[in-house]
Write a protein that binds this ligand. Sequence first.
Ligand code: ATP
Ligand code: MG
Length: 399
Amino acid sequence: MEWELTMDPGAAYIVSKLEKAGFEAYVVGGCVRDAQMGLIPKDWDITTSARPPQIKALFPKTFDTGIEHGTISVLWEKRTYEVTTYRIDGQYSDHRRPDTVCFTSRLYEDLARRDFTINAMAYHPVKGLIDYFNGCLDIKKRRIRCVGNAAERFEEDALRMLRAIRFAVRLRFTIEEETRKAMIEKAPLLQYVSKERIADELTKTLLCQDCSGLEEVGSTGLCPWISPRLGKISPDYEAPRRVAPEKGLRWAAFLHPLGSSQARAVLSELKFDTATIRRATHLLEFLRAAMPQEDRAMRFFLYELGTDDFMALCQLKRATGLLSEEEERQMAALFERQKEACVTLKQLAVSGRDLLAAGAKTGKELGETLEKLLCVVMEEPQMNQRDRLLAYFREHLKA
Ligand code: ATP
Ligand code: MG
């Protein structure tokens, strides 16, 4: 055997248990690819000739994760392993999901349905590496190549085009010429893929530490099929890798050329959760805001922006050329001095209840009184003491 993979103990246990029961079993897909590249696999998937009920009968703790596609999750020492029956995908009439899946007893057929050669390898502790489609060679050549005819594979499931870019970006591979040509030809088919799957794939790509190579989304013509708005204005392919790999921040960096309201529309179209949409658009609303130059202005700025978003905003400004390295350093120093400053009602040394006890009016006015006290404190931080604020209230606000 020319190459030996150090198997995860849980995966090794599951493979041997399936074999002792008379079935075939291999680790497959991402874990074989990553191990070959000397990376530590994130999760270990197993492919087997056993059918779902037979898998379930062998292991005490299982979940039906995708039982209709033959996938059972097996829990072993607090880790889960996806165990999937060898399968062939049926006709794809909608360019995203097979109409039917059927089980097969041949490993070859299971590997042939997979997307890229580097993802279509299996490994067995005794039989070694099974590589029918030259995935190993493609790893050596650092390229993403479809299993079989690329155009047909994208016809079946158009999401694979975005997956090709994700793997190219993550592994720093190039997309092999035939595969890339097929992407350009089949780009419009992305319109048939659900927005959630598109969003998920793009997010995974954007969150790769160094997401250079992202421009393939534009150069293969996929943009307008992600959102018509991206057909009119191109996103920024360079900015995302210059900011921390955090979802809302990376999306803001990607979409900044559209402005905050168009970016919001794209993110809503892609069905993002409200927290992500809010974070990305909030940062974009402040992208062109003038930055504070001294302590007092900084406190009022943090009041508007929110302390948690300040360093992210600086990164975004820096990534988009709106802040120089020197300015970013100055901002960090200014922020360091004011980051503990009281800029929210929560941090104020008096509460609504304290003010009511001191004779304040309830309702809307109470809120306004608290805001006024917060302004006093932002002007003069040393005022943030209960006694002082209550005294100020009695003297200036109570009447
Ligand atoms: P990651 O480390 O990102 O999880 P992975 O290779 O495990 O990478 P998954 O999306 O988890 O990728 O998919 C597991 C395997 O299933 C892939 O390696 C591939 O063989 C196959 N696969 C997943 N999605 C598709 C698809 N859309 N078309 C064909 N095969 C796919
Ligand atoms: Mg995986």
